[in-house]
Design a binder for this molecule. Sequence first.
Ligand code: FES
Ligand code: FES
Length: 186
Amino acid sequence: MTVECTLTVNGSRTVVRVSPSDRLLDVLRGPLALTGTKEGCGAGECGACTVLLDGKAINACLLPALEAEGAEITTVEGLVGPGGRLSVVQRALVEHGGIQCGFCSPGMIMATTALLSSNPSPTDAEIRDALTGNLCRCTGYVQIVASVKAAAEEMRARDSVDAGRSAREEERPVVRSGVAGRAGGG
Ligand code: FES
Ligand code: FES
């Protein structure tokens, strides 16, 4: 027996037919062809299948697809910007040796993305704690922690530039209305 399931994945709503026992991971990698999300243990122990559900990192191998209806699901494909531009976290892992075979990487990237959205300045211990459910057999984690710290630093720098820009933007209408007022007053 299959039933309709409406999922919002990477900003797009899509209707798929699923069996009640289908996991979110099955639907992502199957009908939706989003194979960036990996299956390792299939039992909630390796983190290879990590995706974001309403911004929180979850194991897609443990969640029935039907229970994800109504939530915003983000997979690693959803982090890539226009023209294939990598997210800050993706790029940091590449640049700091946090990726070797790459099997754990999508899960690491999603768990890191969730961490940095709630904690922009994590300590080493907080990073290791947040990634405790994500296993990597290649890197020994040192480069991964370094990658996460580099991503956090870049995101903080970018946010402070954005904040400065917004502050300047906020000042502009005052100037504009002054000009408009003088122009209108002729
Ligand atoms: S495949 Fe989901 S936690 Fe390992
Ligand atoms: S890079 Fe190979 S398992 Fe992590």
